[in-house]
Design a protein around this ligand. Structure first.
Ligand SMILES: Cc1cc2nc3c(=O)[nH]c(=O)nc-3n(C[C@H](O)[C@H](O)[C@H](O)COP(=O)(O)OP(=O)(O)OC[C@H]3O[C@@H](n4cnc5c(N)ncnc54)[C@H](O)[C@@H]3O)c2cc1C
Length: 376
């Protein structure tokens, strides 16, 4: 039996893949139920290929918005690099999907048998015994399990016990994410756009017929708090030099639909597994969001781990899983960290923009497909 901790993107996808492959599991989540809050995320074609494998592609696609063109632009929305997602659509059958995180979670939960998800069960610690692991929860209960898969996110409690020296890094950037309860003007409906300024950037995409999500990233000290009564004024003043669409989005967003998070990642750790315990998703390799790949990599983890277990059901596959995934994921973590630094440069932005606008399309596409392709 596999015990999965955490019903986020990684834990739920693991459950779905295990269902499909007839692998026995149970899932424990500390929240009392599905999360109604959150903002938009993009599911790139590598994530959607796994959704298709797990049999939930249609359910997920129905509650999201297809993005067929991704534009990196200067602050006035003049494109620096424009990438059509239509070749991806031809290759895989779909392009990128923008979706509200809460709707994604619900869509995944709907396809998992109810009795296999245990809510309000916060993992506390594990104990390794001769024949099995004992897993203890905050409510005082315990269970026995042969294997433990930790999908409990960047602040993973399992990781804190397994690898206590792991470190979360602050990127020097903070992020506001908003969901506006209106669609975008029609011309932007199927587009994902990111505009780079000086030490500041803004991204947007429509999430559904009635919602649009945006993010604003600014260089900042960590742990700053907002005064909600002046937050919109503050944000619109940061973006006064940007294309007018930016401030329109901020102004039309209800204040309770704006969230703030400092951007962090997990300093790459030497190993993701030990004995019968394995970390996946953000617990193992949290990345900055600059490539829109954190969730996708958690989803890929679920896929590769499930396939390995199904192929070798009578052995511990965690070391093999780590071998298969380590290089690819760490290179994405690195590339994403670097991209964030370039995107939020305070100086030299004209040179940066000039360089980006001359990168050959072939090179951009090659890099994109190296991320989108699943390799069995
Ligand atoms: C601003 C921002 C934008 C992003 N945009 C994108 C994007 O566009 N595309 C993309 O692919 N990724 C994106 N990501 C990354 C993505 O959100 C994460 O990589 C993804 O959520 C990781 O999934 P996970 O399941 O590993 O962790 P999480 O989604 O964090 O889930 C962890 C789960 O574990 C539960 N949990 C925690 N502790 C315990 C405990 N002790 N006991 C039981 N349960 C517990 C939590 O309640 C939660 O449900 C973004 C991230 C940020 C911060």
């Amino acid at each position: 039996m596999y015990t999965i901790i955490g019903a986020g993107i990684g834990g739920l996808t693991t459950a779905l893949v295990f269902e499909k492959l007839n692998i026995k599991y149970q899932l424990f989540e500390k929240a009392k139920g599905p999360n109604a809050l959150g903002a938009g995320i993009w599911l790139a074609p590598n994530a959607l290929q796994v959704m298709e494998f797990a049999g939930v592609l249609d359910t997920v696609t129905k509650v999201g918005n297809v993005v067929n063109r991704i534009t990196l632009a200067n602050q006035k929305l003049k494109p620096l690099a424009d990438s059509s997602q239509l070749p991806a659509k031809e290759k895989y059958g779909f392009s990128t999907l923008a979706i509200h995180r809460a709707k994604l979670q619900l869509a995944l939960i709907q396809s998992i048998p109810k009795e296999k998800i245990h809510w309000n069960k916060a993992f506390k610690f594990y104990k390794e015994e001769q024949d099995a692991l004992t897993i203890a929860f905050q409510d005082g209960s315990t269970i026995k399990s042969k294997y433990l898969i930790a999908a409990d996110g960047i602040d993973s409690k399992v990781r804190a016990q397994l690898f206590p020296k792991s470190q979360i890094r602050y990127s020097g950037q903070t992020c506001w994410r908003g969901v506006m309860q209106h669609p975008l003007p029609l011309e932007y409906k199927d587009r994902g756009i990111e505009m780079w300024g000086k030490g500041i950037r803004f991204g947007l995409s429509q999430l559904s017929e009635t919602e649009t999500s945006w993010f604003a990233v600014k260089n900042s000290k960590a742990f700053q708090k907002d005064d909600k009564t002046v937050l919109k004024n503050k944000l619109t003043s940061y973006f006064k030099e940007f294309h007018p669409l930016v401030n329109e989005l901020i102004n039309k967003t209800e204040i309770n639909h704006i969230l703030r998070n400092d951007i962090t990642d997990l300093k790459p750790i030497k190993s993701w597994q030990k004995g019968n315990i394995c970390l996946i998703g953000d617990a193992a390799h949290a990345t900055t969001p600059n490539m829109g790949q954190g969730g996708a990599q958690a989803i890929e983890d679920a896929y590769y781990l499930g396939k390995l277990i199904a192929k070798h059901p009578n052995k511990n596959n965690f070391e093999q899983f780590e071998k298969k995934r380590f290089k690819r994921v760490n290179s994405i973590v690195k590339q994403s960290w670097f991209t964030g630094k370039i995107a939020n440069l305070n100086t030299g932005t004209s040179i940066r923009n000039a360089i980006f606008s001359t990168i050959p399309k072939k090179m951009i596409d090659k890099n994109m497909y190296s991320v989108y392709d699943l390799k069995d």
